[in-house]
Design a protein around this ligand. Structure first.
Ligand code: MG
Length: 277
């Protein structure tokens, strides 16, 4: 909204309001995950996600982006993010990233996961894609864990990058980054997946960010397809994308887009998330 500069820090009451859109987003991704199999189209997955969001009283917020009509982004193989659902049929061995979001009572959720479809005829390809997917998911949890103890937001990107580079020769996208989230799906501040010189804003109660590492098996250079949306790797290498919307509050962090608040993902870091009071 022009002329209005909101603080990036939300009140405790606003954090509570962000729980329902987070859970509607989580529901939509759970429903899609359960439906992923060879032969399903990405448009069918889109409808499944929409139903899950509406069933929880929300609305898909991606459809509020100018020019975008769908509930999810479905990005397959060399597509990293912003893949447009359509009549493409998923096949054995595909790596699929699904990004979804819900708006409910004026507040937003945003999250993504990646899955690799089984293909016994191509074990090497599946193993390579599974490794990429695992690194990307764990990079997200390293970023969330860093947020739990960070003094400034740049510590998240440092943790994400350090973990990814420790796991092999992966590429981290720099053309696209995470973001603040609240009344709008995309708000300041940017959340980098790599080290930056600026320390970024203070991490303190009220900060809500979507952390979303985008990792590729080759070089991190991308282009946008002719549909005007789909971001794909220039070298054709496989891509993975994981995302959660995470709130910082007086008692720690809470993953708004996970049904358990992130308890399972953060356990290995000795972090027990608590819901915002
Ligand atoms: Mg996002």
């Amino acid at each position: 909204m022009p002329g209005i500069r909101r603080s990036i820090y939300k009140s405790p009451a606003q954090l509570r309001l962000m729980r329902e859109p987070g859970l509607a987003t989580a529901d939509s991704l759970d429903a899609v995950r359960a439906a992923v199999r060879p032969g399903v189209t990405t448009l069918e997955l889109d409808a499944i996600a929409e139903r899950a969001i509406v069933a929880r009283g929300g609305r898909p917020n991606f459809a509020l982006e100018p020019g975008y009509r769908h509930t999810i982004c479905a990005s397959v193989n060399d597509e990293v993010v912003h893949g447009v659902p359509g009549d493409r049929t998923l096949r054995a061995g595909d790596i699929l990233s699904v990004d979804s979001g819900a708006i409910l009572d004026g507040w937003n959720g945003d999250a993504a996961f990646t899955v690799v479809l089984e293909d016994p005829s191509r074990p090497d390809l599946v193993a390579e894609r599974r490794a990429l997917n695992e690194v990307t998911e764990q990079a997200l949890w390293h970023g969330i864990a860093a947020l739990a103890t960070a003094s400034h937001l740049n510590e998240v990107g440092e943790a994400v990058e350090a973990y990814i580079l420790s796991q092999g020769d992966y590429g981290i996208l720099t053309d696209y980054v995470g973001h603040g989230i609240g009344r709008r799906m995309h708000e300041p501040p940017p959340v980098y997946n790599y080290s930056v010189r600026q320390k970024g804003p203070e991490v303190r109660p009220g900060l809500v960010v979507a952390i979303e590492p985008m990792v590729v098996a080759g070089a991190p250079d991308t282009y946008v397809r002719d549909d005007g949306w789909t971001v794909a790797t220039e070298d054709g290498s496989s891509a993975a994308h994981w995302e959660h919307s995470v709130a910082v509050h007086e008692d720690g962090v809470w993953v708004l887009t996970a049904h358990d608040g992130g308890a399972q993902g953060l356990r290995r870091f000795g972090i027990a998330p608590a819901p915002p009071a």
